[in-house]
Design a protein around this ligand. Structure first.
Ligand SMILES: CC(C)(COP(=O)([O-])OP(=O)([O-])OC[C@H]1O[C@@H](n2cnc3c(N)ncnc32)[C@H](O)[C@@H]1OP(=O)([O-])[O-])[C@@H](O)C(=O)NCCC(=O)NCCSC(=O)C[C@@](C)(O)CC(=O)[O-]
Length: 359
């Protein structure tokens, strides 16, 4: 009985930054959930081979990322880009102490994951210790994304959460369209609060609030957070995360605002990858590089080596033949190129002609 209670508490406890982060930093730790391999790649027009996804996860791990959403077990008819997640989680490098959540929409997705976990050779670091489930703050978006109403999705997710908990998996929840819905317009923050509460009550250790279309700004995000955590609400900011798409360039500002409201976990996407297949026009998540740069020198520490993560952003953008959507990533790309040219100049004895001949 006590063991069961302890297990339940553990499932409710969110994974922290790795211990080494606390040991070396006096600053307050901010958790970054890297969603590029899932939220980012799911929206690319091309279906990316699992090998590239594996390399992306591995490069992020090498760059010091601690939590990486590795993919999703959704219907491949709905989101073909996420086919191959089984291959990804089997072959990616998995480090003890790091976390690789995967998104599941229903019991079928969870069963696929549980089968994989059951087949995993003993003694290996588990493919994952966490699933993410998702619903929305409007029926219109929920139907477009998962073919059911909010109420139906909460019923579906209650069963998923119960089964995941029984199997020892932690569950993280998402609420989409917390500011505006592409189908039904302005969203009532009271609904965001109620859906968040329902996800927490069913057993999610944390709920990520998604500005799916990226129209939020510090005022609207602040008002939404005031309703979700203020007044008579018993929701603590410590169980919330911000998931802000950067369509209007407000992602970093919205994170800074959310820090003022007490949130300490944010989702971001290397190279600003992504968007949402059911939210036409929405661009990717706020870029991880931009978030790390914004927090530099502040009282907050976020894990990850900015220079290395920026290189990952440049690499994956090239793989996808797309423009790097991170402003910081692009600036660092330009700096690396300048440094390369300078090095070449030094090596060639400073001859301007030899350098310009090569450019
Ligand atoms: C939920 C469903 C499945 C309902 O879709 P449905 O069509 O109502 O499902 P169904 O139960 O009738 O099944 C239809 C077919 O899909 C199969 N199927 C059913 N489930 C699965 C599964 N898990 N894995 C693999 N296959 C599955 C099922 O077996 C069947 O196959 P068939 O008999 O036709 O051959 C579908 O709507 C779906 O997969 N939706 C996912 C959409 C999605 O991935 N959206 C993006 C993620 S959410 C997001 O990005 C927002 C977020 C989280 O980032 C936050 C934010 O920014 O807002």
């Amino acid at each position: 009985m006590i063991a069961k209670h302890a297990a339940r508490l553990l499932l409710r406890t969110r994974p922290t930054c790795a211990a080494r982060t606390y040991a070396t930093q006096a600053r307050e730790c901010v958790r970054i959930v890297e969603v590029g391999p899932r939220d980012g790649l799911q929206n690319e027009s091309a279906v990316i081979p699992p090998a590239v996804k594996v390399e992306l996860v591995n490069r992020l791990t090498e760059a010091g990322t601690e939590i990486i959403e590795a993919g999703s077990f959704v219907s491949p008819k709905w989101v073909p880009q996420m086919a191959g997640t089984a291959e990804v989680i089997k072959h990616m490098q998995r480090r003890e102490g790091l976390h690789y959540p995967v998104l599941v929409p229903n019991l079928k997705g969870l069963e696929i994951l549980l089968d994989l976990l059951a087949q995993q050779p003993k003694g290996e670091v588990p493919y994952t210790d966490e699933i993410a489930i998702f619903t929305a703050a409007t029926d219109a978006f929920c139907k477009a994304n998962t073919n059911c109403t909010i109420k139906e999705s909460l019923e579906r997710l209650t069963a998923v959460t119960a089964r995941a908990a029984k199997e020892g998996l932690r569950v993280r929840g998402y609420v989409s369209v917390v500011i505006d819905c592409p189908y039904s317009g302005k969203v009532d923050p009271v609904i965001v609060r109620d859906v968040t509460k329902a996800l927490l009550e069913m057993g999610c250790y944390e709920v990520s609030l998604g500005d799916t279309v990226g129209t939020g700004n510090p005022t609207t995000v602040g008002k939404m957070l005031e309703t979700v955590i203020g007044g008579s609400s018993d929701i603590s900011p410590s169980v919330l995360a911000g998931h802000y798409h950067d369509t209007f360039g407000m992602g970093v500002s919205n994170i800074l605002t959310s820090l003022d409201y007490g949130l300490r976990t944010f989702d971001s996407s290397v190279g600003g990858l992504g968007g949402c297949p059911y939210s036409p026009g929405a661009t990717g998540n706020v870029a991880t590089e931009d978030v790390l740069y914004a927090l530099q020198g502040s009282r907050f520490h976020a894990p990850g080596d900015l220079a290395k993560i920026a290189e990952v952003g440049s690499w994956i953008s090239k793989q996808l033949n797309r423009t790097n959507a991170s402003r910081v990533g692009k600036a660092l790309e330009a700096r690396r190129e300048r440094e390369r040219v300078e090095k070449e100049r030094e090596r060639d004895g400073g001859s301007a002609e030899s350098v310009s001949a090569k450019l």
